[in-house]
Write a protein that binds this ligand. Structure first.
Ligand code: DC
Length: 491
């Protein structure tokens, strides 16, 4: 597996990491996540959060209360009716169950043996993930676990997949146990760690796997200092690449052809008329050759989101039917749209889109493939992953809320917002492809895009709670769109 190339990033300064950064560290048992996460928290002045401790605390409570660890219902009830608190700190993360500090009691071979089973239940994960998200949403954290980059913080500033060979991890656990006075032979430990790897990576809900956008660090042959330094530099890669974008902004503006200036001025007028709010996109620079992945709820989405681009030209993948209607077809062609057939796989549209991305153009796509119910983004289709694998083009997830049922000049139905996520770069793609087939990789990319929409939506609901109109319409639309699925995609 190609390892992160430390020397290329050695020049980066710690100061470029934003103060509200979220660092996600995922990896198998014994890969050194905790030690490194704590070192990163100290180095960058962030809070350290150990999410495994939460699953461990629940396992301890279940064993004490004689709750069967294979039974999801009673475990969910136990978690929902107890007070589990995780107190992040600069150096340690302390976990309390019903007010009692259990940080030491959760690190025993008995808990090691049962915790993966407890963590495999979707209902348990849902409760834990919500708590982890509320701990970290304001940023300034290093969070370690198995699903942090993929599920808990899909928009994290930096995602690291820390890996090490089974032998190296068993060796580390053996030495750790010796220090703690715990008796276990190397062969017992090997079986135990291998079994946990298997359970964590084969479970159906958010399994442990390399994220397509994670920086992969294999620490098998590294000293602890080397591992910490490699991870610290990995935290700085995306912020450094973001900084480089700014210089491109003015060039983009100068290069904008007159048809785009005209189209954008109309789109701006439309979005002002409807009272559009922009979140995280004012003057935001995006890389050239970037996929702008927008969720879809209304026919107003293209002009409303389009009004936020301003400085750069785009190609838009749009359904072929639209090109047949005059004057729509002419307008779409005029702003460089690419027609795509939605039934089956339209290889020629994908080829044109990939070529355009490789030439450095930005590409707008609606990866859900059709309009979806408001408040319920997704599913995202595999086309996005196919495009990413063909081009490695970075992606910006963009979320629009409130374009459905829009009333001019603001509305009590729902707020109208376009929010941008960060630039997602596919650092882990090659490594992931070594252990997974392309179809599965496309699925992972689709899941990540959907998780990004859900996170952008959750942040929007924090700013302005979901309205009655949104809740009720969303419910009705869900049924309608399920029924329409076959008609649109042919299966
Ligand atoms: O990192 P750890 O060994 O303390 O984690 C204990 C278990 O909890 C591990 O086997 C997998 C599970 N876990 C998880 O499923 N998701 C997380 N975010 C963290 C831990």
């Amino acid at each position: 597996m190609k390892n992160f190339h430390v020397a290329s990033w050695q020049h980066l300064q710690d100061e470029i990491l934003p103060r509200d950064a979220v660092i996600a560290i995922d990896g198998p048992a014994g890969s050194g996540k905790s030690t490194t996460a704590k070192a990163l928290a100290r180095r960058f002045n962030l809070l350290y959060i150990d999410t495994g401790a939460m699953y461990r605390a629940l396992t301890l409570a279940a064993l004490k209360a004689q709750v069967e660890c294979s039974q999801e219902g009673p475990l969910v009830e136990l978690a929902a009716n107890s007070i589990l608190e995780l107190k992040p700190g600069a150096a340690e993360s302390t976990v309390f169950w019903e007010g009692k500090d259990v940080s030491a009691a959760i690190r025993t071979p008995e808990i090691d043996a049962m915790v993966s089973l407890v963590a495999s239940h979707p209902g348990v994960r849902k409760i834990m993930v919500q708590q982890q998200q509320s701990l970290g949403r304001r940023g300034g954290v290093v969070m370690e676990g198995r699903d942090i980059g993929s599920v808990v913080f899909p928009l994290a500033t930096a995602k690291i997949f820390l890996h090490a060979s089974l032998e190296a991890r068993v060796d580390r656990r053996f030495k750790q146990n010796q220090q703690r006075g715990i008796q276990a032979s190397r062969s017992e430990l090997t079986d135990d760690v291998a079994l946990r790897d298997k359970k964590d990576s084969e479970r159906a809900t958010s399994p442990l796997a390399i994220g397509p956008d994670s920086i992969v660090i294999d620490s098998s042959a590294m000293t602890l200092e080397e591992q910490n330094q490699a991870c610290a530099l990995a935290c700085l890669v995306n912020p450094a690449l973001d900084l480089e974008l700014d210089t491109d902004l003015e060039t983009g503006l100068r290069e904008l052809p007159s048809n785009y200036r005209f189209a954008y001025s109309i789109m701006n007028a439309v979005s002002r008329f409807f009272g559009l709010k922009e979140v995280g996109c004012e003057g935001k620079a995006v890389p050239r050759g970037c996929i702008l992945a927008i969720n879809h709820v209304s026919l107003w989405d293209p002009p409303l989101v389009g009004s936020t681009f301003r400085r750069f030209r785009v190609n838009t993948l749009a359904k072929a039917e639209l090109f047949k209607v005059w004057p729509m077809g002419s307008i779409f062609r005029w702003v460089d749209s690419i027609p795509i057939k939605r039934k089956g796989f339209d290889a020629s549209a994908f080829e044109v889109a990939s070529e355009s991305l490789r030439d450095g153009n930005n590409l707008v796509i609606f990866p859900e493939g059709t309009r979806r119910a408001i408040g319920h983004p997704g599913p995202v289709r595999n086309g996005l992953g196919i495009l990413v694998q063909a081009t490695k083009a970075p992606m910006v997830p963009i979320f629009i809320r409130g374009s459905y049922g829009r009333h001019p000049l603001g509305s009590i139905l729902s707020p109208l917002e376009v929010s941008y996520g960060p630039v997602i770069r596919w650092h882990g793609l090659e490594a992931l492809l070594e252990s997974s087939d392309p179809k599965n990789v496309s699925r992972r990319i689709a899941q990540l895009c959907l998780a990004a929409y859900e996170e952008l939506q959750a942040r929007s609901f924090d700013r302005y709670p979901q309205t009655e109109f949104e809740i009720n319409t969303g419910k009705k639309q869900l049924k309608k769109f399920e029924a329409r699925q076959k008609k649109v995609f042919g299966r």
